[in-house]
Design a protein around this ligand. Structure first.
Ligand code: PAF
Length: 282
């Protein structure tokens, strides 16, 4: 696997693949790779000739009081995992390489939907995501880019600017990968103590309860939200950030739910903020 650290290196690598007639799949990550990321890599391998992963903890998408410094960084372990699944190249730049002196251009998706869910809680977050993802897609000359459903709102934002700015790339959303006990895989799970990890199961449990109620005929959004909140509130270590049910992918307010809508939650377990979601099935 090639390790690319500069813009020049990735541009040269991507151009060579294109000149050889290959399609390129990009999987942007912030590292601390887990099974969720590796599923994205496998999906990219199935769908494109050459897979470029990026490992970059993007400073621009973190707020001043967020976990940029604490975010787990384990590049060597990440490389071993990427080699294992057959990724062709990894791009691992320094922040100063991505944002050199004079950098002053940002991609800002302005739709109402960006102010909901994590966008409401984390001002500036999606501006940082949209900016770095645009740059990564351009550098990698990606034909297809792969993102996890766990960050469903992020996928909505990326699809929006890709369409609005006519960027010639296909965006693939890959379903959430869970541990056997239901916990959605996340790099931030590494922050949890064993007791907190147990408490964190309340996220998927509460969503499953509401999904089951929906399947049995409960469609009132307020009732479904209450089922989720009641379950989370039973867990002493959990504090709700938001519990929402919206249409998907538009993320508009709804009163009654139908298949395809999304139930999305953010919950603090101790100091760790976790997100999870379920797209309702009929
Ligand atoms: O989902 C993430 O890990 C990040 O937001 C992404 C897409 C790699 C951009 O930094």
């Amino acid at each position: 696997m090639k390790v690319l650290r500069t813009q020049e290196e990735i541009k040269k690598y991507a151009l060579a693949q294109k000149q050889a007639g290959k399609t390129i799949g990009l999987v942007p990550t912030m590292g601390a790779l887990h099974e969720g990321h590796l599923t994205l890599m496998r999906e990219a391998k199935k769908n494109t000739d050459v897979v470029i992963a990026s490992v970059f903890v993007n400073p621009v998408q973190f707020g001043p009081n967020e976990d940029f410094d604490a975010y787990p960084r384990q590049f060597e372990q990440d490389c071993a995992k990427l080699e294992d699944v057959g990724v062709d190249a990894v791009f691992h730049p320094e922040p100063s390489e991505m944002y050199p002196e004079g950098f002053c251009t940002y991609v800002n998706v302005e739709g109402e939907f960006t102010k909901k869910l994590c966008g409401g809680q984390r001002p500036g977050h999606f501006r940082g995501v949209a900016t770095v993802v645009t740059k990564l897609i351009n550098l990698a000359r990606a034909d297809k880019a792969f993102f996890g459903q766990k960050d469903a709102q992020q996928v909505c934002v990326i699809r929006r600017f890709v369409e609005d700015l006519a960027i010639p790339v296909e965006i693939h959303m890959v379903p959430i990968v869970r541990e056997e006990n239901g916990l959605a895989r996340s790099s931030r799970n590494a922050y949890l103590s064993p007791q907190e990890k147990e408490a964190a199961l309340v996220l998927s449990r509460s969503l499953n309860l509401a999904a089951t109620a929906f399947k049995k005929g409960t469609v009132q959004v307020e009732t479904l939200k209450q089922i989720i909140k009641d379950e989370i509130n039973k867990e002493p270590l959990a504090v709700i950030d938001y519990v929402e049910i919206y249409s998907f992918p538009a993320l508009t307010e709804i009163e009654t739910a139908q298949a395809g809508d999304i139930m999305a939650i953010a919950v603090k377990i101790g100091k760790t903020r976790l997100i999870d979601n379920v797209i309702l099935e009929g």
